[in-house]
Design a protein around this ligand. Structure first.
Ligand SMILES: [Zn+2]
Ligand SMILES: [Zn+2]
Length: 330
């Protein structure tokens, strides 16, 4: 069936040549959804948007609960800065607004674009995990490099002052703040997430949207967790040392400079954009060894964090000053 006549067929017609009883449980549910909705464009658009909302808020809720429990404060990266309920609510409203105004149209456009490039959507059975895993790894690497470069661009002059500054409102981020950003930033950085699948599809002509969904779910977990503000002994970067995680990105929000990547630490390490972060970690380690009591460590940590934040505010002011040179904005 060609992409051009898809909208002319009904859900049931989509599977005229498929033996649905031979499918896995998930495959059968998948086909049932497309048959129920009856129009593949609407079925895919709706599923994509719902998936994004359910995963985004579903993954953020545990972090809201953790923030409300003092027991977890021992693993908070900036323990003196816990988001208030009011801050979380304000952030939720802003994120929802951006989901409906920016992400919904983008998600809706993604499906026809991807299908034109050869992506499978309603098709069953699904590809095997052996096909999916390397594709997802490619999307991770593509997005990480794309984000590393564009995030650094967003830290210069006008782009920072008028766009990225919004995301930096929280110097101690929390899960819900992952997508708290200017619409232009949602668009620019979201491109890193969906361009990987589109480029892959264009060249390889072999990609199922289920693989893209798994990638999006993992990417959302990555984004929300890295903004959570917590570093547990069981956090992924303790097991996979090149994984960024909250321990890496929290520093970016606190100190403004360094750590521009999303998933992996390697680009920041190769290009030296983690120098201040590593110095900070070394200071924390030395202070922890020096501290004779837990209270003393708390005091040391507070002092080191305040210094990092002070340097960050100076660096931010400098970037904003450079933006003002060509503009009469304020
Ligand atoms: Zn930034
Ligand atoms: Zn961030």
């Amino acid at each position: 069936m060609s992409a051009s006549n898809i909208t002319l067929v009904t859900g049931t017609d989509l599977y005229a040549d498929t033996d649905l009883s031979s499918l896995s449980w998930l495959g059968q549910q998948w086909a049932a959804w497309y048959i129920y909705i009856g129009n593949p464009v609407i079925a895919t658009g709706l599923m994509s948007f719902l998936l994004h909302e359910i995963v985004y808020f579903g993954r953020s809720i545990p972090w809201i609960i953790i923030d409300s429990m003092p027991y977890f404060r021992r693993w908070k990266l900036q323990p003196t800065k816990v988001p208030t309920a009011q801050e979380q609510w304000e952030c939720t409203k802003a994120v929802l607004f951006s989901h409906f105004t920016i992400e919904l149209p983008a998600i809706w456009l993604f499906h026809p674009t991807a299908e034109k490039l050869g992506m499978s959507t309603y098709h069953v059975p699904f590809p095997s995990w052996k096909v999916m895993a390397p594709q997802i790894f490619f999307f991770f690497c593509f997005e990480d490099l794309f984000h590393y470069l564009s995030h650094q661009a967003l830290h210069t002059g006008v782009l920072y002052k008028y766009i990225h500054k919004i995301h930096h409102k929280y110097s101690a981020p929390f899960g819900l703040a992952a997508e708290y950003a200017h619409p232009a930033e949602v668009f620019i950085l979201g491109a890193g997430t969906i361009l990987g699948p589109l480029i892959y599809c264009y060249f390889m002509r072999d990609l199922h949207i289920l693989t893209v969904y798994i990638w999006i779910v993992l990417r959302l977990f990555q984004a929300i967790d890295s903004h959570s503000g917590y570093d547990f002994p069981w956090s992924l970067h303790h097991i996979v040392p090149f994984w960024s995680g909250a321990e890496h990105h929290d520093f970016h929000h606190m100190a403004f400079t360094n750590n521009f990547s999303t998933s992996f630490r390697w680009w920041d390490r190769i290009f030296g954009t983690d120098k201040k972060y590593r110095e900070y970690r070394a200071r924390c380690k030395a202070a922890r060894a020096q501290a004779k009591t837990p209270e003393q460590w708390v005091a040391f940590e507070k002092q080191i964090n305040e210094e990092a934040e002070r340097d960050g505010l100076a660096a931010e002011a400098e970037v904003e000053r450079s933006a003002g040179k060509g503009f009469k904005s304020d």
